[in-house]
Each structure stands twice: as C-alpha cells, then as structure tokens.
Design a protein around this ligand. Structure first.
Ligand SMILES: *Cc1c(COP(=O)(O)O)cnc(C)c1O
Length: 362
C-alpha cells in the first residue's frame, strides 16, 4: 500500500488579517482553530487514502459510530514556533509520529507512517502559517493530530475504518503574567492507569479516568493531580497530562517508564538538555514518603512538571491526606527556570539546536 499525497483544497474564505490578528492577541489554549484541517481515511484492505487539506468544518457522524461507544481514539500534541528569521519549525515531530504509532498499536488501530504523519502536520502549518504567532514571546501554534474509529456498529471489536486528522490552534504564553507554580493534590486512592493497561498510550480514555480526581483536586483548592502507581499506591507516576521531575541540587530525577505513565517528549528532551547543561539527569523511582521526607530535610530542592503545553511548570505546594508541604520557598526554583529557558530557547530558535530536534518548514 502506498502513502497518499495530500490534496490541497484550502478554504476560499480564510479569516481576514484583522480578524486573525484579533484572535492572536489573546489566543488562550485550544479555543480557536485555524482556517483548515487535514483528513486522511483508512479502511481495511485499502489502507490510507483520500488525504486532503480542506476548510476547518464540523464532522457529521452516525449515532452508532464506534468511537462514541468504545473509545478507540488516540491523539498527539506538538508545537510550531516562529523562528527569528521568520520561518516556522516544529519540535521533534518524528517523536510524536512514533508515539502515535505506539498508541495505535495499543488500541488495535492502524499505524500512520512517520512520513505521512509529518507531511500532514507540515501541510497544515504551511497552509495556515499566518496563524503561527510572531517570534519573540512564548506563543506558538499547537498542532493536534488525532485518529478515531469511523465504522458504524455496536459490535465490540477493532473497527475496520478510521479517520486521521490534524487541526491547529494558536496557543498563548502558558503563563502570561510570569511563571507561576501549581499546587498539586496527591491522589492516594484513584489511579489513572494500571500495569498492563493503556497508561503509556496517548488516548482520551486516560483523561476520562483522570477527571474525577481532577475535580476532587479543585475542591481541595489544587490545580493538578499527581498519580501514584496502581499496585502499591506508593510510587509517584505523573500528573494527568504532564510528567514530573524531582531536583536534588545538581541531580534531577524523573519517574522511570514503567508502562503506566506516558513517555513525554518534553520529559525525554529534558534528560538531554539537563546533561548538556552539566546536571546529572536520571530515571528512577520516587516514593510519596521520599517526596515528603526529602522536601522536609531539604535535599529535594525543587519539583517541576513538564509537557508540550506548558513546557515546564514549577510545583509550589503539595496537598495529601498525610499533610501539606511547600517545595522550596513556594516560588519557581533556579534549576526549573534554567531548564525551562534552555528548552524554550531551542524551540524558539535562539539557542543552538545541537541534537537536530527542530524540523524546519522554510
Ligand atoms: C501528552 C502527555 C504528557 C506530556 O507529553 P509531551 O510529549 O511532553 O507533551 C504527559 N502525560 C500525559 C498523560 C500526556 O498525555
């Protein structure tokens, strides 16, 4: 089966420059979408076909669409940044393509080849390049590739028809008023993912599993939930949509990939960026007791969360049934901010791209 080329049928009525600039002035996150979208179909026996870039528009769906009932759906998230010379570049899209393939395998869905995944993202960014915010700040164009079953029927089995899509949404600076630490609620009963489950796949189901704990966190006055492993309820895994790092002076530690947490691309990039800057960076296990004890004895100096949307977010306070504590002085720590700046500078094209992570679109 051959890889289809993407047919370009862009919107004949894109937003005017003035309308688009008004959106870009206060984009928020995931609220506004660009003029176009990419759709590529897959059917059993035929493979990927009908690849199109077309005007952004609602989909029409049969009520017995299998995704609505059995949740065969996966997604990705990556950003396009305006470079100092006015060109646009995405950050490690090959990694998103590979993770999308891994998620697809876990949910018994077809895999989108890496070149087709990247071509779909590139086509949309190229067409809607005016939506990539100007160089200078932390604004970007967030790309959301996703795939879901389109077959109609209530029988439970892997579907034999899917739609792969890419949409794009301008993203403002995550912290418009300056980096602000988040408060964490430690979920000691509810888990997000289990061994052998799909915690390492980027799928809506994991988010659905996390929403009740997120609501409980909000009721406790906290911004985010930290999940523990599902067996011993002891080992720290990650937040609902971000990985965690623990800073011990010059050494940073992130929970190892046990299969029930998501292998973040930001997490992976930071292991390398940290080593480039002379920190020791490792994957390991951190228990909840250790988190509390090492904060109290002063060896654990900072904690931060990381993911594509926020890049790096400092953790300010942690609340659990066993008590509440503050990381450092509650403000963003030095190592956290140094790593944040270093990674953003690579993404924005200010720092040298030593590891060839940026994918330039010209
Ligand atoms: C997407 C995601 C992350 C962060 O991954 P990045 O590739 O760094 O954006 C972390 N945890 C979960 C559950 C996620 O879905």
């Amino acid at each position: 089966m051959t890889t289809p080329t993407i047919e370009l049928k862009p919107s004949a009525h894109p937003l005017s420059d003035a309308e688009r600039e008004a959106v870009l002035a206060t984009p928020g996150f995931g609220r506004h979408f660009t003029d176009n979208m990419v759709t590529i179909k897959w059917t059993e026996g035929r493979g990927w076909h009908d690849a199109q870039l077309a005007p952004y528009a609602p989909l029409s769906m049969d009520p017995a669409n299998m995704t609505l009932h059995y949740a065969q759906t996966i997604f990705e998230g990556l950003k396009a940044y305006r470079q100092p010379d006015g060109t646009v570049a995405t950050f490690r899209p090959d990694r998103n393509a590979r993770r999308f393939q891994a998620s697809a395998r876990r949910l018994a869905m077809p895999e989108v080849p890496t070149d087709l995944f990247i071509a779909a993202c590139d086509a949309l960014v190229a067409q809607d390049r005016a939506w990539v915010p100007a160089h200078g700040g932390e604004e970007s164009l967030y790309l959301r590739p996703f795939m879901f079953a389109t077959e109609v029927g209530l029988g439970v089995r892997p579907a034999n028809e899917y739609l792969f899509m890419v949409i794009a949404s301008p993203a403002g600076a995550y912290f418009p008023g300056g980096v602000k630490p988040v408060s964490i609620w430690l979920s000691e009963d509810r888990v997000r993912a289990v061994p052998g489950g799909m915690g390492d796949a980027k799928t809506g189901g994991n988010y659905a599993a996390s929403l009740l704990a997120q609501k409980e966190a909000a009721a406790q006055g906290c911004d985010q939930v930290a999940y523990l492993d599902a067996v011993e309820h002891r080992w720290v895994e990650e937040l609902g949509g971000m990985n965690l790092y623990f800073v011990y002076g010059n050494r940073i530690v992130t929970p190892e990939l046990t299969g029930s947490l998501l292998a973040g691309i930001t997490r992976d990039s930071l292991l390398t960026v940290a080593r480039d800057l002379g920190y020791e960076a490792e994957e390991g296990r951190v228990s909840i007791d250790q988190w509390k004890r090492d904060t109290e004895n002063g060896t654990l100096t900072e904690v931060f969360a990381c993911g594509t949307a926020a890049v790096i977010t400092p953790v300010g306070t942690v609340k659990s049934r066993g008590g509440e504590w503050t990381q450092g002085d509650g403000g963003p720590g030095d190592v956290t901010m140094t790593l944040r700046r270093a990674l953003l500078d690579i993404q924005r094209g200010i720092a040298e791209d030593k590891h060839a992570w940026m994918h330039r679109l010209g």
